[in-house]
Write a protein that binds this ligand. Structure first.
Ligand code: FAD
Length: 478
């Protein structure tokens, strides 16, 4: 596809339908931008999808925006590993046509999409140290599920128990008071739905559970994800050359370049302005600040004046799921020797093990994808200890593989100082306690980021939050 540099006028001209509401909402801003010599200034903290989209929306309305980013790259939890065979995504993997904001934005920025490759259909199960195929699961000795569960392969158990009586009808229902009693430990809810102890044990190994553990996740939050999953879209998509291309293009379309290596340490809201202080001694002043840092990171940042108690609690306590990926290559196609499918779902410490394929379907590299408490255990090991441990585990699951593999990268989102986890999730009671207040503006400080969105999943949720926060700022300008 031919590309040309996108200017600001192009960007405004092609805003998505949902963004058009901004144009109506902020007539006052338009007047101000046209007449005032000093445009309203905004600091945006974080150059992930939410921060970059907030900046684009506010710049398009004539505001002066400065984005501060701690890393030496933009994109945050969207990060393509260009140097690993197969160019896998360490963060946001794929999306669908239901991500209307993201698809419209990619189109405006002339970032081409392509179908996502998705996971293999066939898999090897490795449960209770026994390797077997899904067709043999129901009668296998390793299958210690209750009689009514025996036909369900482990990756399907969570969906089975969430879907059967999910009362949530739409994407916002989870915030309504009538469902507050479901804000209980997910483990208790699954038990009440008939899940056996063995089912609960196996669900903990499922990457789609996206929790630390079933005890520390809210059932209402899991039901929310299930409701979203029922409306997931038909065309899994990916960005050509890697999802990182989208935030890179967003940053390039900004009038002021993103200020990199700016680790925010303190935010002060004053009477007529806001001040932000960074680890390198620099400080910035503006009329307003938009904070998109995950709460897992924000809890280390000083905010003055002190936030209301409920909001402080939310920042301190919101759960984040650690995810650790051990990426490796192999010299020989071991799966051609043993005849089992390459992909593995296991109840071992390595959890799920996926091949990363290229567009021709050829396996390029591998990933052990470990979430929750399992990830924390791996994160506590030394590099050498981890390598030995991974080899010994793989040797048991797929004998011979350990001789041909080489670890090429370990990505720990839990240890990443600017993420401290892969995705936020509510613990039992947290939706009731602080969901409504956690993203409220405080003086000149506003909040965005995936954790603050209501109705959209993953990458789209970051964009949803940007639209909301941009409207908040614009509606303050008289
Ligand atoms: C492993 C994984 C798999 C995922 N899979 C999918 C998927 O398949 N589909 C999907 O839709 N979504 C997926 N997601 C979720 C999606 O990537 C995120 O929801 C989204 O990218 C979050 O964007 P954000 O802007 O809210 O946060 P972030 O991207 O985290 O942006 C916050 C920014 O703030 C910066 N920052 C942090 N601390 C500081 C500081 N002190 N000072 C200055 N800057 C700071 C960070 O570096 C970062 O750039 C996945 C995420 C992960 C990690």
């Amino acid at each position: 596809m031919a590309t040309r540099k996108l200017n600001r006028r192009d960007f405004i001209g092609g805003l998505s339908q949902s963004v058009l509401s901004l144009l109506v909402l902020s007539r006052a801003t338009q007047q101000l931008a046209a007449s005032a010599s000093q445009p309203t200034s905004v600091l945006v903290l974080g150059a992930g999808l939410s921060g970059l989209y907030t900046a684009l929306l506010l710049e398009a309305k004539g505001l002066s925006v400065t984005v501060l980013e701690a890393r030496d790259r933009v994109g945050g939890r969207v990060h393509t590993l260009h140097d690993i065979p197969g160019q896998p995504e360490a963060g946001g993997q794929s999306f669908s046509e239901k991500y209307e904001r993201l698809v419209a934005l990619a189109e405006r920025l002339q970032v081409p999409l392509e179908p996502a490759l998705g996971l293999d259909r066939e898999m090897l199960l490795y449960v209770r140290q026994q390797a077997l195929l899904p067709k043999d699961w129901a009668g296998a000795k390793a299958n210690q599920l209750a009689a009514n569960e025996r036909n369900l392969v482990p990756p399907l158990l969570l969906n089975h128990y969430l879907r059967q009586n999910n009362p949530l009808q739409d994407a916002t229902a989870w915030t309504k008071p009538e469902y507050a009693d479901l804000d209980m430990p997910l483990a208790d809810y699954l038990r009440s739905q008939g899940a056996s102890t063995e089912a609960l044990r196996l669900i903990n190994f499922n990457p789609s559970s996206r929790t630390n553990s079933l005890e520390t996740a809210s059932a209402l939050w899991a039901l929310r994800n299930d409701q979203r999953g029922q409306n997931i879209g038909k065309q899994p998509s990916h960005i050509q050359d890697g999802n990182s291309r989208l935030p890179e293009k967003m940053a390039a379309a900004l009038q002021s370049p993103v200020q990199m290596n700016k680790v925010v340490e303190a935010i002060r809201s004053l009477d007529r302005s806001v001040e932000v202080h960074c680890g390198d001694g620099s400080s910035f002043r503006a009329d307003y600040v938009v904070v998109t840092l995950p709460f897992s990171v924000l809890r280390e940042v000083e905010i003055m004046p002190r936030l209301p108690a409920v909001q402080s609690e939310a920042i301190k306590e919101l759960n984040y799921t650690p995810v650790t990926q051990i990426r490796f290559t192999v010299r020989e196609p071991f799966w051609e020797k043993d005849g089992y499918p390459p992909m593995m779902w296991t109840d071992s410490a390595l959890q799920s093990i996926f091949p990363v394929r290229d567009r021709q379907g050829k396996v390029q590299s591998w990933v052990c994808w470990v979430s929750g408490e399992g990830a924390q255990k791996l994160d506590a090991m030394s590099a050498r200890g981890l390598e030995q441990f991974v080899r010994s585990q793989l040797q048991q699951i797929r004998p011979g593989i350990e001789k041909t593999m080489e670890i090429v990268r370990v990505v720990s989102w839990g240890r990443d100082p600017y993420a401290r986890g892969a995705y936020s999730h509510f613990g039992p009671g947290q939706i009731r306690r602080f969901q409504k207040q956690m993203a409220q503006p405080w003086q000149r400080i506003h909040f965005a980021g995936e954790h603050t969105a209501i109705s959209s999943p993953g990458m789209e949720s970051a964009l949803e939050s940007a639209e909301r926060v941009a409207q908040e700022i614009l509606s303050r300008i008289k």
